[in-house]
Design a protein around this ligand. Structure first.
Ligand SMILES: Cc1cc2nc3c(=O)[nH]c(=O)nc-3n(C[C@H](O)[C@H](O)[C@H](O)COP(=O)(O)O)c2cc1C
Length: 184
């Protein structure tokens, strides 16, 4: 990472941050913008046997999807640590003030995840945020213990980058077309 830039890493191996280091980085990531400080998210870390079990679920889902669409499979073995991103909208209708709507809470969860990715990279770890096609799967929701009102936002695949070729510095693109100046 250079100058706040981010580059996803597709080939990730050991080491990944341990639980303590992950908790520390998450503590910092939790300072991302969050209206009402509701922390409308939680993460389930998947390592070792958990990864093998999730891999079996992915395989079961893939087998069905392959039959249906002929699509290739997804793998939980892509990285030593998968941080499951769960959106947990918080009821916050206290009767005092306007409640924070769900879309703002989703934005807060996204901001936290994005900060976490940058922090991981600053610490020398690599990651990639992937959804695959499992975020709506009942089987995977159940195995990971999601509540009905929660939403699976995918996984941060985390580890140490295994670069076959030196990482290319990202060429930033001109996005000035996304900026306008209010001219009343
Ligand atoms: C919510 C979300 C879901 C994503 N899901 C996938 C995915 O399933 N597979 C994938 O290859 N990239 C996915 N991406 C994109 C990658 O995280 C990343 O942005 C992309 O690989 C570009 O990498 P770069 O940072 O090197 O430009 C997703 C991104 C977001 C924000």
């Amino acid at each position: 990472m250079a100058g706040g830039q981010h580059r996803s890493e597709h080939h990730l191996a050991e080491p990944a941050p341990n639980d303590q280091e992950f908790a520390y980085l998450l503590r910092v990531a939790a300072t991302a913008p969050d209206h009402g400080n509701l922390r409308p998210w939680r993460l389930t870390l998947v390592r070792d046997e958990g990864r093998a079990a999730l891999e079996r679920c992915f395989a079961d889902e893939c087998a069905e999807a392959e039959l249906r669409h002929g699509e290739p499979g997804e793998s939980a073995q892509r990285a030593p640590l998968l941080a499951t991103l769960v959106f947990s909208p918080q009821r916050n209708d206290t009767g005092r003030g306007t409640p924070v709507p769900e879309w703002e809470q989703l934005a807060a969860a996204s901001a936290m995840a994005s900060s976490l990715v940058l922090l991981l990279h600053a610490r020398g770890f690599g990651s990639i945020w992937r959804t695959g096609r499992f975020t709506e799967s009942e089987r995977i929701r159940n195995v990971l213990g999601l509540h009905q009102e929660e939403r699976l936002l995918g996984w941060l695949y985390i580890g140490t980058p295994q670069r076959l070729t030196p990482s290319k510095r990202r060429v930033t693109e001109d996005v000035t077309d996304r900026i306008s100046v209010f001219a009343p």
